[in-house]
Design a protein around this ligand. Structure first.
Ligand code: FES
Length: 157
């Protein structure tokens, strides 16, 4: 899949914002990331051109919002919460456990392309810390044993 294949879907998204095409910036970036996996420099220029904006306008959004990736990430993106409740309940040790088990640093991807490990800010389940997400799946009260189980489970996909 490439940017050219996204024109029709992007145009359809833009029609939802008749008052200001600029408002379609984030939806278009989500579309690009969902289809291509990350937001490349050509993708930034493509989105800007679709909306009649300068690339810097889109670049600012991509670098401001942590959910956008500037380089390819693993098939399974492990996102460990690092905000207060999770930090106080072992979030950092849990994230380090994933890194050690997978042999990668933070924001790095395993050689087989299966996993990327990141920190994220609060994902709104502070009472069940530590919590994490893998892709769109949510996990609470994650122990090291549970982490190992998740690596096995997602490693098969
Ligand atoms: S602090 Fe981790 S979910 Fe809120």
């Amino acid at each position: 899949m490439n940017l050219d294949s996204l024109h029709a879907e992007a145009d359809q998204i833009i029609t939802r914002y008749p008052a200001s095409k600029r408002s379609a910036s984030l939806p278009l970036l989500h579309l690009v990331q969902e289809k291509l996996g990350y937001i490349s420099d050509p993708a930034i220029e493509w989105v800007a051109a679709k909306l009649g904006l300068q690339p810097v306008n889109i670049f600012e959004l991509v670098t401001f919002y942590p959910m956008f990736h500037r380089k390819p990430i693993g098939k399974n993106h492990i996102k460990v919460c690092r905000t207060l409740s999770c930090a106080l309940n072992g979030g950092q040790a849990l994230c380090e456990h994933f890194q050690k088990k997978l042999g990668v640093g933070l924001e790095e991807t395993t050689k087989d392309g299966k996993f990327t490990v990141s920190y994220v800010e609060c994902i709104a389940s502070c009472g069940t810390a530590p919590v994490l997400m893998i892709n769109d799946d949510f996990y609470e009260n994650v122990s090291r044993e549970k982490a190992d189980e998740l690596i096995r489970k997602y490693g098969q996909s």
